[in-house]
Every structure is written in C-alpha cells, then in structure tokens.
Design a protein around this ligand. Structure first.
Ligand SMILES: [Zn+2]
Length: 256
C-alpha cells in the first residue's frame, strides 16, 4: 500500500527547530553538512508530522535508516537523547502546609496526609522542576489521573525543605473516576523556563459534584504528566494522598 505523505506545515520553522535540536550536527554520524540534512519520520509514517516523530539527519544516514541498516529503536534512542532536546526533571514534590491542612506522611517521598488543624482542606501541592535543556521550554498543560484506595488510618510525619517561591497556583479538578477519567488542564499562560532554571508551581486540588466544589477526601494515588512545547512531556513520580503506597488499599480491604 502506498504511504500517504502529508506536507509538513511551516516546514522552514519545523526544520529550524529540528536543526536546533541536533545542534546542526547529524545525530547519527556527526556530519556537519547541515544544508543537505533531511527530515526523517521516525515511525516511518510520512503523514505523522508531530515534532516528536521527526529527526534531522544527513542524507547518508537517512538512506541507511530507510534500508534498515540503522534500526528504528536506535533512531528513537537518539531522538530521546539529543543534546538540545527538552529535558525536564522533578526536583521535589512538597505540600503547602501553611495554606492547607495537608502534611508530609512518615517521610515517605510524595506521600501526604490530611490533618485536622483547621486549615483549608483543599490539598496544595508544590512541584519544583528543573529545565536541563540548553534552551527555554514552555509548560503548556497538566494531565491528571487518579486511583482511589479504600479508607483507613494515618500516621505522623516529619518536615521537608521548601525550595523556591511558586510562580503560579493552578486549581485543578480531581478526575471523577479511576482509569476512565482524566483531567486535562491547559495553562492560560504558558510557563517559560530558561535553560538550567528550576521553577516551582502549585496545584490545588478539588472535587466537583453537581457544580459545587468539595475538598479532597479519601486515599488516592495521583498521576501527573506535564506537557511542554515540541510535544515533550514529563511524567511525575506518583503522589500519594492519605496513603503511602499502592498496595496499602489492598491490605486494608483484606482487613475490613
Ligand atoms: Zn549522518
């Protein structure tokens, strides 16, 4: 069957992004004859023009890939490890103890527990990220999934250092159902992060039922993914609310 080739929109702009990404050097053989480089479709689908699927390579390497002398896996690995690719890392996930009644949970990383201390009960999570890329990245979207565990008891906790001042607080609705439901939260103002800069933002969670907002109760695991420009995304470590691990729910279920 003939493959359908869709023309790349704004090809010059795309090419310039891809050239920046490889630092004007063929990522497979180090050729610097960038004027002759070609755009390769990593998944071999010529109509998939997402930047994540494109790689700028020299004509020699391009024909090697087409002939199968360089494997698709090899190409994918190269794409993920480009010198100027987007690399973002989570430095810390903490809880804003001053402004909500949630606290750290037994020094378990990314586990938080609700206390009865009269403070507002909507959990406010701090995310500190570092841009390890050599260029500015733009954070565009937060994607959240949830898995609820059964109710149980809680323990005590110790303090955790705060890193930076948060640059924004996003109020994000907790997905209603496990697995089937996902919250996509598009940022009205993208966060622009220069190279080697750490940044911190907060996510305040709430539930919504019949158009009314409710605090977060129960035990659950949160799965956050942060989306950046050039289709880059970062999946954060799991966040545990009122629980310390994924297996805890099962254990409580057996006991009750
Ligand atoms: Zn090459």
């Amino acid at each position: 069957m003939k493959k359908v080739r869709t023309k790349i929109k704004q090809e010059a702009k795309t090419r310039s992004i891809l050239q920046q990404e490889v630092d004007s050097v063929c990522p497979l053989c180090s050729s610097t004859d960038v004027g002759h480089f070609q755009i390769h479709h990593i998944d071999e689908n010529p109509s998939n023009n997402e930047l994540a699927n494109l790689l700028l390579v020299c004509p020699t390497c391009h024909s090697k890939i087409t002939k199968g002398d360089i494997s698709q896996t090899e190409v994918q690995t190269v794409k993920l490890n480009l010198p100027n690719g987007i690399k973002v890392e989570i430095a810390a996930i903490t809880i804003d103890k001053k402004n909500c009644c949630w606290d750290t949970y037994d020094n378990i990383p990314n586990a938080f527990i609700k206390r009865n201390n009269g403070k507002p009960s909507y959990p406010i999570l701090n995310f500190s990220l570092i841009n390890h890329s050599s260029r500015t990245v733009l954070m565009k979207e937060v994607v959240l999934k949830v898995k609820h565990l059964f109710d149980g008891f809680a323990g005590l906790s110790g303090p955790k250092p705060e890193l930076l001042k948060p640059i924004a607080t996003f109020k994000i609705k907790l997905p209603d159902a496990d697995d089937t439901d996902t919250t996509f939260f598009e940022l009205t103002n993208e966060i622009s992060v220069p190279p080697s800069q750490a940044f911190k933002f907060q996510i305040q969670l709430y539930r919504n039922w019949n158009n009314k907002d409710y605090p977060v109760v129960g035990r659950m695991i949160l799965y956050f993914t942060f989306k950046f420009n050039n289709n880059a995304s970062y999946t954060a470590p799991k966040v545990f609310l009122n629980c310390k691990s994924e297996n805890e729910g099962l254990r409580i279920q057996v006991l009750s």
